[in-house]
Write a protein that binds this ligand. Structure first.
Ligand code: SAM
Ligand code: SF4
Length: 462
């Protein structure tokens, strides 16, 4: 069996980085970019070469390739979600996080069922359809059932025909039995960031609690897959260790999942360390990633794993978010609060500082004016298109026949039910332009779906 602990091979990473430095040339980069354009992904050695690029012309070529790939696979769609923090109780001591156990300055709170309902009502009223449920690693009296009850509470909220249609989850690593129960609760993606793949750095920044166990965390996705959760999301917290090491280690993790389970991660998140209440390290990241390298990271991931979604959170400023949409980002959070109860109370004292404080409506108007179609679609997982089935459709491009119409239909639902007049005007203009640019047969099919929405029908999906 392919053991995940032997997967992160530091010596191989060091060798790839050395070879890449020696092997960097315009011809080699052009060859790798041409291969990436075939949408079959890249090897770790090829990724290592791209990470060495600093010449402005080669960098421009890398970004142009990333834009082309994003355009071919994802078109103009950007999937929208909101995080839902249900608890900030935590027994771990991650030195970068405001929720860490020894941060006495933080008021602790685990939401009750009725408080979760109030949060979800606020999110649904704004127009959200998809949430990422987040919690610290310490549950109230009911233990892990707290998370299962929280998921049930989210799905139970109805506001007319509106509801949250997909709950993704970002909670501490579980055992296989708990993962089985999590799947039973009807989650979309299980998300977990390794934070850093570097074992020594990992030990330095995780000082107490279960999270000290690097191996338990690294093997979490194998346990999730074993329990039948085939949409998993991975990530690195950039700023803790050298980003080049992290990307190559992540490539090894992805290769392991593909070998062992036949499918890699559904999404990759790229959080950068942000200042957090009670954390010096978060304010002074030991390996801070600057904006140019950050854009490189997104572009290289787009080339390396073209069919894996890339998630950009509101940690980043509107400016960086806009720049990275073009380079490969496919999912964004919007209107986020990172404190339990933040949506119903309006308070904003969360897990870390946000870079984008705009409301959902403002973000939607902005991305639509840039020509992106905000998608509130949740069809794939509800129709069983997950894991390998999803990739089998995504790779020959068949998924686009679903995603493009579903994005427009759910966007129109948002515009009619939730948008301000300004946003509605921007959005209607975009829909008209997209239909005009589409193949006439597709435009006719989508036009008929949009008419159903205008006539009052909701959840019209294909
Ligand atoms: N407690 C669980 C865990 O640690 O996996 C799940 C949720 S934790 C609240 C979500 C993520 O927030 C962490 O995985 C970490 O990457 C990120 N995070 C923590 N502190 C941060 C900071 N100062 N800046 C940016 N992201 C941070
Ligand atoms: Fe707790 Fe997660 Fe924050 Fe670590 S990152 S202190 S585990 S909430």
């Amino acid at each position: 069996m392919d053991d995940v602990m032997t997967t992160i091979d530091q010596a191989a990473i060091a060798a790839s980085l050395q070879e890449a430095k020696a092997g960097l040339s315009t011809a080699r980069v052009e060859e790798i970019l041409a291969k990436a354009g075939e949408l079959k992904g890249l090897s770790a050695a090829e990724v290592a070469v791209l990470m060495e690029i600093s010449d402005p012309e080669l960098l421009a070529a890398l970004f142009a390739t990333a834009r082309d790939i994003k355009d071919t696979i994802y078109g103009r769609r950007l999937v929208i979600f909101a995080p839902l923090y249900v608890s900030n109780l935590c027994a771990n001591e991650c030195v970068y996080c405001a929720f860490r156990a020894r941060n006495a300055a933080l008021a602790r709170r685990a939401l009750r069922h009725d408080e979760i309902s109030a949060e979800v009502e606020a999110l649904v009223a704004e127009g959200h359809k998809r949430v990422l449920l987040v919690a610290g690693e310490a549950y109230p009296r009911e233990g892990f059932d707290f998370i299962l009850d929280a998921i049930a509470a989210v799905y139970a909220v109805r506001r007319g025909s509106d509801a949250i249609r997909r709950v993704n989850v970002n909670v501490a690593p579980l055992d296989t039995e708990q993962f089985t129960r999590l799947k039973g609760a009807g989650i979309g993606t299980y998300q977990l960031f390794q934070e850093t793949y570097h074992p020594e750095v990992y030990a330095q920044v995780h000082l107490a609690g279960r999270k000290r166990d690097y191996a338990w965390r690294l093997a979490a996705m194998d346990r999730a897959m074993a329990a039948g959760i085939d949409d998993v999301g991975i990530g690195v917290l950039f700023g803790l260790a050298d980003w080049r090491f992290e990307i190559l280690a992540m490539m090894q993790h992805i290769a392991h999942l593909e070998r062992r389970w036949g499918v890699g991660p559904h999404t990759i998140s790229v959080p950068r360390l942000e200042p957090a209440n009670g954390s010096d390290l978060a304010t002074h990241p030991p390996h801070a990633v600057d904006d140019i390298d950050f854009r490189k990271i997104v572009a290289i991931l787009r080339l390396a794993v073209p069919y894996t979604g890339i998630i950009m959170s509101t940690r980043e400023t509107p400016h960086i978010r806009r720049e990275t949409f073009a380079l490969g980002v496919s999912q964004i959070s919007a209107g986020s609060r990172t404190n339990p109860g933040g949506y119903s109370s309006g308070e904003d004292e969360g897990q870390f500082s946000l870079g984008d404080h705009r409301s959902l409506d403002e973000v939607i108007a902005d991305v639509a004016s840039l020509g992106y179609v905000p998608s509130f679609c949740t069809a794939c997982y509800r129709m069983g298109r997950t894991g390998q089935d999803f990739m089998d459709m995504a790779k020959p491009g068949a998924i686009k026949a679903h995603c493009d119409p579903n994005a427009l239909v759910t966007f129109l639902e948002y515009l009619l039910d939730h948008a301000s007049q300004t946003t509605r005007d921007v959005g209607e203009g975009l829909i008209t332009r997209v239909l005009a640019d589409s193949d006439p047969a597709i435009a006719a099919r989508v036009g008929a779906m949009l008419e159903q929405v205008r006539a009052g029908k909701r959840d019209v999906l294909c």
